[in-house]
Each structure stands twice: as structure tokens, then as C-alpha cells.
Design a protein around this ligand. Sequence first.
Ligand code: FES
Ligand code: FES
Length: 151
Amino acid sequence: MRIHAEVNGEAREFETKGSESLLFVLADQLGLPGAKGACEQGECGSCSVMLDGRLVCSCLVMAVDVDGSEIVTVEGLGRSGLHPVQKALVDSGAVQCGFCTPGFVVAAAALLDENPVPSSDEIREALSGNICRCTGYGAILRGLDSLAGNR
Ligand code: FES
Ligand code: FES
């Protein structure tokens, strides 16, 4: 099946047999490896992307289902220089191995799109689906609190 979608603002197309996840197609066919596969069960958030304005785990989305959709990946967020979330995480020293970072960036950017001035509790709630195996939560949350103007 030939699938057409807008990916990071560009019209893209790809082939799918119907059994591949969006996560797989992004990396394997569209040259976008930013979303990371870890659990591939919707548990860790490292594969987060925006699909038609909603935050989703791309490991749980079948590629065949995105025909006609708009997708934004972490590569799309950083197209014209660092996204404010990326800058905040760099400034707070929040990146260790970096594997979880794309997922945190996409989830935090999605939150700020909806709620530009989130409280600390709202940030924690919004990121509760993202796991950092390096356990760098303190620096991640400090960076995002600082971006949102929280103490
Ligand atoms: S790889 Fe998709 S949620 Fe973990
Ligand atoms: S920085 Fe290594 S998993 Fe989060």
C-alpha cells in the first residue's frame, strides 16, 4: 500500500505491507531516526511524535493508518535551530545517554503548545509517560520548570 502523509511540513510517501509501525517507517523509510524504539509497547515514551496534533507513541500506530495525516517528529521541532524545549534541556544538563531525550522533547513541546505556562505539577503529569533509564529526571524537570518560569 502506498501511504501519503505530511511529515514535518513536507509531503512524503512510503510503502507499507500493513504490518509495520509508524516508528519503523519513520526510521527505515523516511530517514527520521529521532523517535527511538525501546519498549515498543507504549510504556516508555521514547518514540513520541505528534500525529494530527496529538501526542502518540509511534510504536503503537500502524503506518497504514497515517494516510492523509500530519506528523511532527523531533526532527521537525528542531528544523530552524534548537526548539526552546531542546535549549532548556541542554542548559539544565538534562541529556545523559540521550536515548529518551527526543521523546521528552516532543512530549514537552506538545504540552507547551496546549498550555504555554504549565505549572510544575502539569509538567510532571504531562511527562509521566516518559521514562529516562539514566534517571535524569531532576535535570529534565528543572530545565522545563525554568522554561515555564516555575521556581
Ligand atoms: S518504544 Fe514506544 S512507548 Fe516505548
Ligand atoms: S538520558 Fe539516558 S535514558 Fe534518559
